[in-house]
Design a protein around this ligand. Structure first.
Ligand code: HPA
Length: 278
């Protein structure tokens, strides 16, 4: 694996656009990449020693294109800890984006609904997270050029971007849930007892990604918006077994709503890249 700056230089040579806003497409979200106008594409395979994406439905490439005339960078195919990557590899795309010039990012994923008032097919705005992965991407020597040793996580999910997302959803008449996201390593789904425990801990949704990227983004000063698509009820809630296909199918059925919401939010973020944070 080469340095984030190395990959960012490569992308700058390949892309004519210079977006400041990015989106990481989680499970079921990858087809959103196809909706970018005039996308320029760099598959991970063209980036020397870059980890390749192995999860189903994650093609593994960077796209640069426009949404409503606004340039955006898009990661189609995230790297998951459960694939066997190190935490440093999992957060590499975030650091590459930072080095490329990205100021704010939407992190998306599909998640199981823990909150009994939430339903599959809804979108949850992430207001905070619980790191239940048992590790942290910042463990190890701190790179002071990237960020400080002990980054504050009080407002990990930017209040400014949360409000921007609420305003967009309201304009589009798309109901937006809000809650605390809990990240597990996977790849096994949770047990019903774990889900009951997570509910007691204050979690509203659960999945196997996103937390490491949020931590790395906060560390290097990239403003984060987190959106979870609730693809299913968490384990034990409905009594039915869970499957990866169910997750992708639910996303497919809600594709038009997800595309509308993401396009609107991305374009607004791209037009308002300024963060009040350092
Ligand atoms: N649990 C963990 N990860 C997930 C789920 C879930 O219920 N749904 C989508 N990703």
């Amino acid at each position: 694996m080469k340095s984030p700056a190395y990959y960012a230089d490569f992308l700058r040579r390949r892309f004519t656009l210079r977006p400041t806003t990015a989106i990481v497409l989680g499970s079921g979200f990858a087809p959103f990449g196809e909706t970018l106008d005039a996308p320029e594409i760099v598959p991970f395979g063209e980036l020397e020693e870059f980890p390749h994406s192995t999860a189903p439905g994650h093609p593994g490439r960077f796209l640069a294109g426009t949404v409503k005339g606004v340039p955006v960078l898009c990661l189609q195919g995230r790297l998951h800890y459960y694939e066997g990557y190190t935490m440093e590899q999992v957060v590499l795309p975030i650091r590459v984006m930072k080095a490329f010039g990205i100021q704010n990012v939407i992190l998306t994923n599909a998640a199981g609904a823990i909150n009994l008032n939430f339903h599959p097919g809804e979108v949850m705005l992430i207001t905070d997270h619980i790191n239940f992965m048992g590790t942290n991407p910042l463990i190890g020597p701190n790179d002071n050029r990237l960020g400080e040793r002990f980054p504050d996580m009080t407002q990990a999910y930017s209040p400014r971007l949360q409000q921007l997302a609420r305003d967009c959803a309201k304009r589009l008449n798309i109901p937006l849930r809000e809650g605390v996201y809990l990240g597990c390593t996977g790849p096994s789904f949770e047990t019903p007892a774990e889900i009951r425990a997570f509910r007691t801990l204050g979690a509203d949704a659960v999945a196997m990604s996103l937390v490491p990227e949020t931590i790395a983004a906060v560390h290097c000063g990239v403003e984060v918006l987190g959106l979870s698509f609730l693809s299913n009820l968490a384990a034990g809630v409905s009594g039915r077994p869970l499957s990866g296909e169910e997750v992708n199918q639910a996303a497919e059925e809600n594709r038009p709503m997800l595309t509308k919401l993401l396009s609107e939010v991305l374009a607004e973020m791209g037009r308002n890249p300024e963060s009040t944070k350092g």
